[in-house]
Design a protein around this ligand. Structure first.
Ligand code: PLP
Length: 413
């Protein structure tokens, strides 16, 4: 087997002299580390990082190219909270998709991907020692963001056998006088669960009863597979004063590299998070805000180019979901899994109990040449699991599973 110590050199064995405790305690998530390791493994096929294979659509890139030629504002800072015309389009989009009335001037800001909005929100809410309730497993970067704010992530295991449902009673038991907020992502990375209206209502009721804030990461809000539909905390009016919601253009319009997203919250939060945004980013990249504006202007909820693009994207990813599940069915001696309902991840349990997630991920990488993400990067309940993304092409997914099958035929553990 090849040298596994490489994993350690990526954010693990570090020279921490002089480094703040705040930063020393956090890590680059396994989601990002695995591609770095894999870049040294020629020919590896990816079921790893969640990047859809589709390119940014032409109705976005053409508009940006035109603006680059004709509009010199595109090369300058925008207003710090974001371009007013983009915020107005977002307010229209949120009204159309969720039926909520949003004041674009006061209740939105444009961020460098949803990630920066989330980091800003957590920094604005969490003081040292404050507890934030998060489901486990959970999107790895949320955990690092809480730690970076010197908060304490309090993990409440999801109910795996029930399809990775939220344990509302478990969350209630986890509340202490230090609990500040509940953080969820819906649909969920890494489990692929899309939460039901009962779960969403349960979180809202708990937050109101216990006087907690709620942070919701809805980067995959458009990607819930039929017949289910996305249910959002944003649609609960009683929650409005305690809710912070982060959204993204990355996945819906295949714009992961443009780094543009936004936050919706009551104006008093937006005011505070904007201080953090100013200190860390000044404004979201203006060129990417033009791209986001073109994306939304092409989308009317019916028959725009943007609507057709999203419909085809969702249909394509649904086909990949079926393919990935069919291939997992053939690997039942290695994996058992809950069928994903949203996003493009599946989070199988590793059947041989002796096999740790990192060992399996490294063996798959070095022996089968397949990139995955070890479950232990997603919180304590992630151990014993592995995350596969089915954002790649059907050919890539088939090739990756062929390799895993061949590897399994000769593997011992
Ligand atoms: C749950 C979740 N939130 C946020 C992000 C990052 O989104 P963005 O590109 O908008 O920062 C990702 C990326 O994979 C994600 O899976």
């Amino acid at each position: 087997m090849e040298d596994r110590s490489a994993y350690k050199s990526v954010g693990r064995e570090e020279d921490l002299r002089g480094i703040s405790k705040r930063v020393a305690q956090i890590t680059v998530s396994a989601i990002k580390q695995m591609p770095v390791l894999a870049s040294k493994v020629p020919g590896a096929v990816s079921l790893g990082q969640g990047i859809p294979s589709f390119g940014t659509p032409a109705f976005v890139t053409d508009a940006v190219i035109r603006a680059l030629r004709e509009d010199e504002r595109i090369g300058k800072y925008s207003l710090q909270p974001g371009m007013p015309e983009l915020k107005a389009e977002i307010a229209t989009h949120l009204h159309r998709t969720r039926g909520i009335s949003v004041d674009p001037e006061k209740e939105l800001f444009i961020s460098c991907g949803s990630m920066e909005a989330l980091a800003g929100a957590i920094s604005a809410l969490v003081d040292r020692g404050d507890e934030v309730i998060v489901p486990s497993p959970n999107y790895a970067s949320h955990i690092e963001q809480i730690l970076f704010a010197e908060g304490v992530p309090v993990f409440v295991p999801l109910l795996e056998e029930e399809g990775w449902r939220i344990d509302i009673a478990g969350m209630k038991k986890a509340v202490t006088p230090r609990t500040k907020a509940i953080l969820i992502c819906n649909p969920m990375n890494p489990t692929g669960a899309a939460f039901s209206s009962e779960e969403i209502r349960g979180i809202a009721e708990l937050a109101i009863e216990q006087d907690l804030f709620v942070i919701t990461d809805e980067a995959y809000d458009f990607l819930v597979y039929s017949p289910l539909r996305h249910t959002s905390l944003t649609a609960i009016p009683e929650l409005k004063e305690r809710l912070i919601a982060a959204f993204s253009f990355s996945k819906m319009y295949c714009m992961t590299g443009w780094r543009v997203g936004y936050m919706y919250a009551a104006s008093r939060f937006i005011d505070q998070v904007l201080k953090v945004h100013d200190a860390f980013a000044i404004c979201a990249p203006t060129v990417s805000q033009y791209a986001a504006l073109a994306a939304l202007r092409a989308t009317n909820g019916h028959d725009g180019e943007g609507d057709r693009f999203i419909q085809e994207l969702v249909a394509g990813l649904d086909a990949r979901r079926h393919l990935a599940c069919a291939r997992l069915d053939r690997l039942s001696s290695l994996f058992s899994y809950q069928k994903p309902q949203g996003a493009y991840y599946v989070f199988p349990r590793i059947v041989p109990g002796s096999l740790k997630s990192m060992d399996l991920a490294l063996r798959l990488l070095y022996e089968a040449k397949v990139i995955s993400v070890p479950g232990n990067g997603f919180g304590p309940s992630g151990e014993g699991h592995i995350r596969f993304s089915f954002g790649g092409t059907e050919e890539e997914i088939s090739e990756a599973f062929n390799r895993i099958e061949n590897w399994l035929a000769g593997a011992n553990f």
